[in-house]
Structures are given as C-alpha cells and as structure tokens.
Ligand binder design. Structure first.
Ligand code: HPA
Length: 245
C-alpha cells in the first residue's frame, strides 16, 4: 500500500476520501499525527502530515522514527514524500516539481537509525542510491499522465534548520553538487530503507534558495502562499495519477 507523507503546504489531501484516522504509538513514541486512511479514486492510501495537521512540528523535532515505523506497521510498502524545497540550480524556479535522485545529509543531532540499542547488531545499510528508482519512475509517469512538467533528477541537500541558510552556505551546497535544499529529507529516507520500504520524493520548489532570488526568503509568508497553493494543487493532481499506477 502507498503511503504519502505531506510536508509544508500539504497537511491534507482534498481528493482523499477518508475512511478512518488512527493515533499510533510506536516503540519510538508518537507519530506526527494520526494516520489518515482512505482512498483516492478507489485506490487505498495512507496519509501522514509530517509537521502535524496544524503544521506545528518543526523539521528538527519531527519524530521520523515513529512516523516511518507507524506506516510500516500499517502495511505501507512504499512511500512518496512531498517535500518543499528551495531551488539552488537555476532550472529549479519556484513552482517547479523535481524528483531527486540523490541526497546529501547536513543534519546533526537527529536520531537517524533503528539499529541503535544494546544487543542490536552493528548494521551498515547500503544507501548508494537513497531513493527507490521504481518509485521515482512511477512519480515521473504520474507527472506525465497528469500533464505536469517535472525535472527528472536532482540532489537534495538536507539542512538542519529551522533557520534558513546563509548565501555562503547555499554557495557551498551548490559546490557540493546540490540542486535543491530542504530540511526533512533525512533521516526520513534512510529510515524507510532500514525498514525495507521503497521511498522517493517530490521536491516542490517554493522559493529561491538564500542569495539566489531578489528578495529575502519568507517560506511561510503571504507572498509564498500563492506559489505554495498552486504547486500543491499540481502535486494533488500528480498523486491522483500515481495511485492508479
Ligand atoms: N531552505 C531549506 N529548506 C527549505 C527551503 C529553503 O530555502 N525552502 C523550503 N524548505
């Protein structure tokens, strides 16, 4: 079953017919909110709002371990993550949808593994390709059938937040090869891998990264709201096609 983790701007799916909600406790604590079960055009999905349904949990406080565990416990087999990002590469203008193929993790201090505890074997999971190529291809096919343009690759830099980056930090991320920047891609992606769930993301560019646009960045201000609403409308359209694949 497909699970969708919604990020900033996507705390609910309008096209989801909800059957029930469930508060889930896990060995790692509570997930960001109740899991929402339902279907889109008759296809079953589970939805979870990463930052809580009222958007109150900042990126560094999201309980990623509980979220992924809860989804796996409820029979999710694959996850599509919706992640707002700042665009670093000039092609990634606000409003662009991009399907990243690589990640660079700049976070610190986050719990980032299930293989942590007395008596657990030392485990080094393979993460050469952090995203499931199969799910990436499905996302791109869905974009095509939804007639939504997309960029078929990208390197997602995950910063710690919650502050935005400095212009010099963005220059450094670009030199490292990053094309987009967000705050939630890690450890979400690696935890999904550790539990054997296929995982890929849709990067929704909602702003120019620091120092790239003309004005200061306000990722929650009014000026961003129009881009965000329009982009999330497109994401919902893509999801409606994705569930049917
Ligand atoms: N930086 C980090 N995370 C983000 C940004 C950004 O510019 N935009 C949306 N999420």
């Amino acid at each position: 079953m497909l699970a969708i983790i919604g990020g900033t701007g996507l705390t609910q799916l309008d096209n989801l017919t909800i059957t029930h909600r469930k508060v889930v406790r896990t060995p790692y604590g509570e997930a960001s909110g109740a899991l929402t079960f339902g279907n889109i055009n008759g296809h079953e999905v589970i939805f979870l709002a990463r930052h809580g349904y009222g958007h109150t949990i900042p990126p560094h406080r999201v309980n990623y371990l509980a979220n992924i565990w809860a989804l796996r416990e409820h029979d999710a087999t694959h996850i599509v993550s919706i992640a707002s990002v700042g665009g670093i590469h000039p092609d990634l203008l606000p409003g662009t949808l991009a399907v990243p193929h690589q990640i660079i993790d700049y976070t610190h201090g986050r719990k980032n593994t299930y293989f942590d505890g007395a008596g657990l074997p030392v485990t080094h999971i393979d993460f050469t390709e952090p995203y499931s190529e199969e799910i990436r291809q499905n996302i791109m096919r869905a974009c095509e059938s939804a007639h939504e343009p997309y960029i078929n690759q990208g390197v997602y830099a995950c910063t710690q937040g919650p502050r935005l980056e400095t212009a010099a930090e963005i220059n450094r991320l670009e030199r490292d090869g990053a094309t987009m920047v967000g705050m939630t891609g890690m450890p979400e992606a690696v935890l999904a891998r550790e539990l054997g769930l296929r995982y890929a993301a849709i990067g929704v560019v909602i702003n120019h990264a620091a120092g790239r646009g003309t004005s200061k960045i306000a990722i929650h201000g009014e000026e961003i709201q129009t881009t965000l609403n329009a982009s999330m409308g497109r994401v919902r359209n893509v999801i409606a096609h994705l569930v049917a694949l």
